[in-house]
Design a protein around this ligand. Structure first.
Ligand code: NDP
Length: 480
C-alpha cells in the first residue's frame, strides 16, 4: 500500500502523529493508497517553513518567480502521462478527459500566472494641482489554498499559481478524496528550483487540517473552492479574524434553449455541458429549460444522444463517462434521483447504477440521468446534486424562463442557446450568474473574472482579479 506524504519545506514528510486515512480508487471501489491525516503539528511545521521562506521568495524579482512557475508547468508537461493516469485513477474521470482538460489546463495555469505576473501593474491616480497617488501591491504573506475533488490539480493550480506568482508562501490542501496529483506535484516543485518552504502541501480531512488552516493566525488569506455549506463555515471562522477570503462555491446552473437555436450544435453542446466529468463540474448545466415549441424535438434528440454515452472504466479510451468520485457521493446522487421521483419526476433515461465486470464490479458508476415533469421550484431543481443528473423543463417566454433560471440560491454560470443576438444580450444581462456562455460552454480565457453571485461565492478568481486578491494594496499620496 503506497503511503503518501506531506510536502513541507521542500521535503516529503510523514505526518507527525503517524496517522493515515484510506484513499479509494473510484473505478474499483478499492483502497489503493493512504494519505496523511495531518494535524496542527504538521501545520506548525509548514507555517515555520513558510515564515522562513517568505522574506526570500517575496524579494525574488517577478522574472525569477515567473521563470520558476513556467518551469513547474514544463515539469508537469514532461510527466503528462503520469499525471493523467494519476488524476484519472484518483478521481474516476476518463483518462481522455484528464489528458484533454485537467492536466493541460493545470499546465496553462502555471504558465499563465508565471508570465502574467510580469505584466501586472499597480495603479496611479494623478490629481491636477495636488499631487499623485500611487498604489503598491505587495504579497500578503502566508496564504491558505483549499481545493475540491472534481478537477483536482486543475483547481489546485488555479489557486496556488497566482498566490505564488504574487510572492506569497502557500499552505495548500487538496481534497482528501483526490490527493494524488497534488502529492506528485511536490516532485515537480523540487526540480523547479523553487526555494524550500514556499509551497507546502498538507493532506488530510477538511474538518481537521482544513479547519486548522482556516483558523491559523499566521495564515492571512484563504482561497477556497468547494461546497456552499463549507464556504459558509469558513467565512464564519475566518471573517472575525479579518482574513482576506475568496470563496468559489456551488452552483445549479441553468441551460436556456430558445427555439431559434442551432439545433444540432445545441444538442451536442448541452449533452457535454450536462455530463462532462460525470456532471461533477461546478459549471455543468443541470437545469435545462427548453422553449415549448421545440421541447419535444429537443427531448427526443437529447435523450437519444445521452443513451449513447458510454459509461466505462476510466482507463478505457472509449469512455465518455467514468466513475463518480466516491461511494458516499454516489449514494447522495442516487438519493436525489429517488427524491425527484417522489416529487413527480419522470426518468427519461438512466436513474440507476451501471454494473461493470471484474475488477470494476464495486466501482461507482451511474448512468447519465435525464428527468422531466418537475416543478422549477422543487428540491431537485433547487439543490445542487453535482452528478450526472439533469432536468428538462419547458417554458414559453423570456420572462418566464428568467424567473425559473434565477429562482435558486446559486448564481455561478448560465448557458444560453439562441441565434437571436438581441435576445442573447437581453437574457445574458438579466440572468443571475457570474459567468454566461452563449452558444458554447466551458470556453475559458484565463484573463476573465471567474466566480459566482448569490450563494455561489464571494470574490473572483482569474487574471488580474486573482493577482489583486493575493496582494495587499497600499495607496501613497505625494504632494506637489
Ligand atoms: P467541500 O466543500 O466538501 O470540500 C472542498 C475542500 O474543502 C476540500 O479540500 C475539503 O476537504 C475542504 N474542507 C471541508 N470542510 C472543511 C472545513 N471545515 N474547513 C476547511 N476546509 C474544509 O466540497 P467538495 O470537495 O465536495 O466539492 C464539491 C463542491 O465544490 C460543489 O459544491 C461544487 O459546486 C463546488 N465547486 C465550486 C467551484 C467554483 O469554482 N465555484 C469549482 C468546483 C467545485 P476534504 O475533501 O478533506 O473534506
Amino acid at each position: 500500500m503506497e503511503l503518501l506524504k506531506n510536502f513541507i519545506n521542500g521535503v516529503y514528510t510523514a505526518p507527525v502523529l503517524g496517522e493515515y486515512i484510506d484513499n479509494y480508487e473510484p473505478a474499483t471501489g478499492k483502497v489503493y493508497s493512504q494519505i496523511p491525516n495531518s494535524t496542527l503539528d504538521d501545520l506548525e511545521l509548514a507555517v515555520l517553513a513558510a515564515e522562513k521562506a517568505f522574506p526570500v521568495w517575496s524579494k525574488y524579482s517577478i522574472e525569477q518567480r515567473g521563470d520558476i512557475l513556467v518551469k513547474i508547468a514544463e515539469g508537469i508537461e514532461k510527466r503528462m502521462e503520469e499525471f493523467v493516469k494519476a488524476e484519472s485513477r484518483d478521481n474516476g474521470k476518463p483518462e481522455t478527459l484528464a489528458a484533454h482538460v485537467d492536466i493541460p489546463r493545470s499546465v496553462s495555469n502555471f504558465k499563465f500566472f508565471g508570465t502574467g505576473i510580469q505584466h501586472f501593474a499597480s495603479e496611479s491616480h494623478y490629481m491636477a494641482g495636488e499631487g499623485i497617488n500611487f498604489t503598491t501591491r505587495k504579497p500578503i504573506g502566508i496564504v491558505g489554498c483549499i481545493s475540491p475533488w472534481n478537477l483536482p490539480l486543475y483547481l489546485f493550480s488555479w489557486k496556488i499559481a497566482p498566490a505564488l506568482a504574487a510572492g506569497n508562501c502557500v499552505i495548500a490542501k487538496p481534497s482528501e478524496i483526490t490527493p494524488y496529483t497534488a502529492y506528485l506535484l511536490g516532485e515537480v516543485i523540487k526540480e523547479s528550483g523553487m526555494p524550500a518552504g514556499v509551497l507546502n502541501i498538507l493532506h488530510g480531512t477538511g474538518a481537521s487540517i482544513g479547519g486548522e488552516i482556516v483558523e491559523h493566525p499566521k495564515i492571512k488569506a484563504i482561497s477556497f473552492t468547494g461546497g456552499t455549506a463549507t464556504g459558509a463555515h469558513i467565512a464564519k471562522v475566518a471573517g472575525p479574524m479579518f482574513k482576506k477570503m475568496s470563496l468559489e462555491l456551488g452552483g445549479k446552473n441553468p441551460t436556456i434553449i430558445f427555439d431559434d437555436c442551432d439545433f444540432e450544435k445545441t444538442v451536442s453542446g448541452t449533452v457535454r455541458a450536462s455530463f462532462a466529468n460525470q456532471g461533477q463540474i461546478c459549471l455543468c448545466g443541470s437545469r435545462i429549460f427548453v422553449q415549448r415549441s421545440v421541447y419535444d424535438k429537443y427531448k427526443e434528440a437529447f435523450v437519444e444522444k445521452v443513451k449513447k454515452l458510454r459509461v466505462l472504466p476510466p482507463s478505457d479510451s472509449s469512455a465518455n463517462m467514468g466513475a463518480l468520485v466516491s461511494k458516499p457521493h454516489l449514494e447522495k446522487v442516487k438519493s436525489y434521483i429517488e427524491l425527484a421521483k417522489e416529487e413527480g419526476g419522470i426518468v427519461l433515461t438512466g436513474g440507476e447504477e451501471v454494473k461493470m465486470p471484474s475488477p470494476y464490479e464495486n466501482g461507482y458508476y451511474l448512468a447519465p440521468t435525464v428527468l422531466e415533469n418537475l416543478p422549477y421550484n422543487c428540491r431537485t431543481n433547487q439543490e445542487e446534486i453535482f452528478g450526472p443528473v439533469v432536468t428538462l423543463t419547458p417554458f414559453d417566454t423570456e420572462e418566464e424562463v428568467l424567473k425559473m433560471a434565477n429562482s435558486t440560491k446559486y448564481g455561478l454560470s448560465a448557458t444560453i442557446w439562441t441565434s437571436n443576438l438581441e435576445r442573447a444580450h437581453r437574457v445574458a444581462d438579466e440572468v443571475e450568474a457570474g459567468i454566461v456562455w452563449i452558444n458554447s460552454w466551458l470556453v475559458r480565457d484565463l484573463r476573465t473574472p471567474f466566480g459566482g453571485v448569490k450563494q455561489s461565492g464571494v470574490g473572483r478568481e482569474g487574471g488580474w482579479e486573482a493577482l489583486r486578491f493575493f496582494t495587499e494594496p497600499k495607496n501613497i499620496f505625494i504632494k506637489y
